[in-house]
Write a protein that binds this ligand. Structure first.
Ligand code: HEM
Length: 175
């Protein structure tokens, strides 16, 4: 995978669009046997952004004013004969006020129910949600403490990650 430009509005996008971390994608691509593949409905854009499809409607204020957005799909990174294996699957976003956090399924294949808080972020511009899709961007996306082991402790808590973009289909938009 090659470097991707920051996510730009894309009318065809529905779901969570996120490139994880550009330098990590570049690193895996440069290893002798490195590869990345998507599964379970995730896809890759021409600019190497990953797209995780929406799985559940926005649950506005479902828990103490927290909005929850659930997505499906997985991306797998494999290198060094499998010594490097990172899976990022079924991302869920929780937003409260201007702050958000993103959890994913654990890389531990033995128990797929374990979720890890991978990133925290600041919510950027949000759509009105009244007419048309709800779309918003997140900036200042950073590695959460729980996500440090996902990358074998190479990055520290607070490491900058790629910006992310959420767009929901019309039927899921709300005011
Ligand atoms: C045989 C085992 C491994 C070798 C020889 C190896 C080697 C390297 C090397 C040489 C770099 C520096 C790359 C550069 O600056 O261009 C690097 C970076 C990195 N490695 Fe590994 N690595 C190994 C295993 C792993 C594993 C198991 C992980 C787990 C996810 C991992 C994650 C990373 C990350 C996240 C970076 C930083 C990439 C960046 O620049 O953002 N590595 N590794």
């Amino acid at each position: 995978m090659s470097p991707a430009a920051p996510a730009a509005p894309d009318a065809s996008l529905v779901g969570l669009r996120w490139a994880i971390k550009h330098s990590f994608l570049d690193y895996v691509a440069k290893t002798p046997d490195g590869r990345a593949y998507v599964d379970q409905g995730a896809s890759v854009t021409a600019s190497n952004d990953l797209v995780f499809p929406p799985r559940q409607a926005r649950l506005k204020g479902a828990a103490g004013g927290v909005d929850t957005y659930e997505f499906g799909g997985e991306v797998h990174f494999v290198a060094y004969g499998g010594m490097l294996y990172v899976r990022i699957g079924d991302p869920v976003i929780h937003v409260c006020g201007g702050a958000g956090r993103l959890t994913v399924r654990s890389v531990d294949d033995a128990d797929r129910s374990i979720r890890v808080e991978l990133a925290t972020f600041t919510v950027g511009d949000t759509g009105s949600g009244v007419a048309g899709p709800t779309q918003w961007h997140a900036t200042d996306v950073r590695l959460a403490a729980e996500g440090v082991p996902v990358f074998a402790d190479v990055y520290s808590t607070g490491e900058p990650l790629a910006p992310l973009q959420v767009r929901l289909p019309d039927a899921q938009a709300c005011g």
